[in-house]
Design a protein. Structure first.
Ligand code: HEM
Lengths: 544, 291
């Protein structure tokens, strides 16, 4: 069988000559790669065809690759809503005009923006348009005999003649055996041989490119089934895996609440470890450990949750992302009845865990009361009289409050941000700058002015921030990436070589050709020739 | 007890001094050969330059190892350590390749680059040994940074060759004045430079692919998602895609040669940008422990 005819379009038409030479050894040397030119009489069908060839050409692939890279750059400069929501908020507050502009061109969502998607979709259409015909072609090559020798052997970079004793047919047999031993595919064709090596190169290349499509398809489809949510969990608290338990929840497109496995998790204790950095003179965390209890399917087990070390629960994973202190605040009415008593998570602001938090008491007192609090795990008084924390461990836990009355704005049903108080609409009744400072240590209480009631800093607990994730894309992407790497290594590690052998009066004539630069070709052929010469007198060889 | 931390710094500066000596020797060799129109064989200057580079590298290696011992962990957790290890890999890759192929003519570039990079990290980014914050304690970090560093070494050597290729092909086209650029006659033909640059860059690309994958696995462990378009992730992606473009360019009619070399240099600029500007000025999860 001869090598498959050069069907148009099986390869991008602007592949470099070094490769085309190889793919079709007998093609005329010059002008064999005329680009289709767009003529004046281009009908609609030809136009489509021309567009398709343009899109699936190598040049287009390069340009699209560079475009993808360039288009990604703003995604590293402008804060992205998914990676850095705070950065987006900062711009919104500081520079509304810039915010509006960024928003209008989707610069906060570069990687889901219309323009970025357009580029990568074009790239993948180009990719598929490239893969399909090449796969068909390669399939044919794999089943066909090695290519015929070029008509002019002078075009071959390597030619050599080895004399042989015995019959020509014997010598050809031995040549074939030597080539087979070097893992060439060999076909005898009268008194000549055709041999080819390195089909794995193209196979690997195709596997690599198909794996790229695999990644994209997985992200597109499986991504819709993924979900993730965050939740703050205070020591002693339990969390049940249902939508209403999450502080924030991001469902995929095809998420359905029944997807959530029924389980519960409670935090027993959270233990951070800190060391003093002697140079910068600050405390550094070196370990975070959360002891949790998981109840799943009627069984209960204890688990340890650490940074970098998620816990598998059901079909999801729980990650430790943050932590902080949650002072337990108790509010009583003038009669002494408790109207509020619970740990309130405070968000830490610095490495010594100075933290801020908000307590809202909409009901139970004669007025709505809002309290803006600061928590210092190890309070010290600065020269200015302000407090600060000098240690992330609670050696002298202290809470201060600015207390307000007025409409907390909780009635419109939105519930507001739990970490924010609309202070410009409220009246301050105690705290900083009122002459009535509220500074409490555990067990201490502050009596609110005008007989409203009292506020007690009861004790302090810790909380952790966890993220629970079900990532339906992991398996598909992982598998695709495994194929991608295997394909890449196979393709880049394999050389495509051809060897032809024919009988001439002077002996066997060997000719070899490789695709692309192959500095090792000569040495490889040399090794084959040596083996061939040795095969003539095997007895002598084994004895020496 | 030996003060590994202090000795590591001393060894770093010694390595820089020795590299400077090697740089001078490499340059003298090039100058000598350009004076003789590149006809003369490599001089003994070149051989001494290589020997001195090996010595500098040994010091550099000891600096890196001592830093690791002092910190009780791998020495690549902040900018100083990263710069130390990355330049070690760069010079190591150059020396390693020179065992197989004669690439000594880029010696002045490599040693010059190493002196510059070491000088910058040692004077501007030096920090004493600090413990690792929890998010950086993972063996995937070890793998991730290790392959990143190796990949960078190959990319850098490849870029040096691509740059040489660009100059060489301009000279071959008669576009460079023969007098000022005579030293290029000591360099191989631009096709040879291109083939070699391609080999090295492709190896760099494989390492970079592993870097991205190991980084994704680490991110999955640390932050619960393997890919989130964090600043560093964006730049790793940009670098990967640019070098994929380069690989294609090498296989495309009309793009092989100078355009491909330019793409490779753009790719390498992105690598440098990623390790310098992005680390220092950009915000993201990869903020190192105080640089
Ligand atoms: C998603 C974008 C793409 C990426 C990331 C990519 C990446 C790569 C890489 C890394 C290689 C070298 C490794 C190997 O040979 O297996 C390669 C080779 C190749 N790619 Fe792509 N590719 C992409 C799209 C395309 C497209 C659209 C085409 C067709 C127009 C194409 C055609 C080729 C060809 C023909 C080769 C072989 C080059 C050679 O023989 O040296 N690729 N690609």
């Amino acid at each position: 069988m001869a090598s498959p005819p050069r069907s148009k379009g099986y390869q991008p038409n602007d592949l470099h000559e070094s490769r085309q030479d190889f793919d079709d050894a007998n093609a005329p040397v010059k002008n064999r790669l005329e680009q289709p030119v767009i003529g004046p009489t281009l009908g609609p069908f030809e136009f489509l065809r021309w567009t398709w060839r343009l899109l699936t050409s190598m040049r287009t692939a390069i340009i699209l690759l560079v475009l993808v890279a360039v288009a990604a750059i703003p995604g590293s400069i402008v804060p992205q809503r998914l990676a850095d929501p705070n950065g987006v908020a900062v711009i919104r507050d500081a520079n509304p005009d810039l915010y509006a502009f960024y928003e209008s061109v989707q610069l906060f969502d570069v990687f889901t923006s219309v323009w970025f998607s357009a580029i990568y979709l074009l790239l993948f259409i180009s990719l598929i348009g490239c893969i399909l015909p090449r796969t068909r072609h390669h399939w044919n090559v794999l089943r066909a005999a090695p290519a015929d020798a070029p008509k002019q052997w002078t075009r071959l970079p390597i030619r050599q003649v080895t004399p042989f004793g015995g019959s020509a047919s014997d010598a050809l047999d031995r040549a074939a055996a030597t080539l087979r031993a070097a893992r060439y595919r060999v076909v005898r064709d009268g008194d000549s041989l055709k041999a080819e090596f390195g089909y794995l190169r193209e196979t690997g290349n195709l596997v690599f490119h198909i794996a790229l499509v695999g990644i994209l398809v997985t992200l597109g489809f499986a991504g819709g089934f993924s979900w993730h949510g965050q939740r703050l969990l205070v020591e002693g608290q339990a969390f049940t895996n249902q939508l209403s338990s999450f502080d924030t929840f991001n469902p995929g497109r095809w998420f359905d609440e029944t997807n959530l496995d029924p389980y519960a998790v409670s935090l027993t204790t959270f233990t951070p470890k800190y060391v003093r950095d002697p140079v910068k003179d600050v405390w550094m965390p070196i370990d975070f450990t959360a002891d949790i209890v998981v109840t799943e399917g009627g069984a209960t087990r204890t688990e340890i949750l650490k940074v970098n070390d998620p816990v598998h629960i059901g079909d999801s994973k729980m990650y430790l992302l943050g932590n902080g202190f949650a002072p337990v605040i108790t509010v009583r009415n003038p009669a002494g009845d408790v109207v509020f008593s619970q740990p309130v998570p405070f968000l830490s602001q610095d490495s010594n865990l100075t933290s801020v938090g908000v307590v809202k008491i909409p009901d139970g007192l004669s007025e709505q009361v809002g309290m803006q609090g600061f928590f210092y795990p190890s309070a010290v008084e600065l020269d200015s009289g302000a407090l600060a924390s000098n240690n992330p461990e609670p050696t002298k836990p202290t809470v201060t409050f600015n207390i307000y009355t007025g409409n907390l704005g909780l009635d419109d049903g939105t519930n507001g941000n739990v970490f924010q108080l609309p202070i410009d609409k409220l009246t301050q009744i105690a705290g900083r700058h009122t002459g009535d400072e509220v500074v409490l240590e555990p067990g201490e209480a502050f009596v609110l002015p005008s007989g409203l009631g009292s506020v007690e800093f009861t004790s302090v607990s810790r909380f952790i921030g966890v993220e629970i994730r079900h990532d339906a894309t992991q398996f598909g992407v992982g598998l695709s990436v495994a194929f991608l790497v295997a394909g890449l290594l196979a393709s880049l590690g394999t050389r495509r070589r051809r060897v032809w052998v024919r009988v001439t009066p002077k002996g066997l004539e060997w000719g070899a050709q490789a695709r692309g630069d192959d500095p090792g070709l000569e040495a490889a052929v040399g090794r084959i020739l040596t083996k061939f010469s040795l095969s003539e007198t095997p007895d002598k060889v084994t004895r020496t | 007890m030996i003060d590994f931390e202090a000795n590591a710094l001393i060894a770093t500066y010694s390595a820089m001094a020795v590299y400077t000596f090697a740089f001078i020797l490499f340059t003298v060799d090039l100058a000598g050969r350009s004076a003789s129109d590149g006809q003369s064989a490599p001089t003994r200057w070149l051989r001494s330059a290589m020997a001195v580079t090996w010595l500098g590298w040994a010091l550099h290696l000891s600096a890196t190892v001592m830093r690791g011992i002092a910190a009780h962990r791998v020495p690549w957790a902040n900018m100083f350590e990263f710069g130390l290890t990355a330049t070690l890999a760069l010079v190591g890759v150059f020396l390693g390749i020179s065992l197989f192929r004669d690439v000594r003519f880029v010696g002045s570039f490599i040693t010059g680059f190493a002196i510059l990079a070491l000088g910058i990290v040692a004077t501007n980014f030096y920090v004493a040994v600090t413990p690792l914050p929890p998010a950086l304690q993972d063996y995937w970090l070890v793998i991730h940074v290790f392959v990143a560093v190796l990949g960078t070494g190959f990319f850098a050597t490849g870029a040096a060759l691509s740059a040489a290729q660009l100059f060489q092909s301009s000279r071959e086209a008669g576009k460079l004045s023969t007098r000022n650029w005579r030293f290029l006659s000591a360099f191989p033909h631009s096709d040879v430079l291109e083939a070699l640059a391609y080999r090295l860059t492709v190896i760099g690309f494989v390492f970079w692919t592993f870097t991205v994958i190991a980084g994704a696995i680490w991110a999955e462990h640390a932050w619960g998602r393997y890919w989130g378009w964090d600043t560093k992730e964006v730049w790793s992606f940009i670098i990967w895609v640019l070098f994929a473009g380069y690989i294609h360019a090498r296989a495309t009619r009309g793009w092989r040669g100078n355009p491909a070399a330019v793409l490779s240099l753009i790719g390498f600029s992105a690598v440098i940008f990623n390790f310098t500007i992005v680390n220092v000025f950009f915000k993201g999860l990869h903020v190192y422990s105080g640089l």
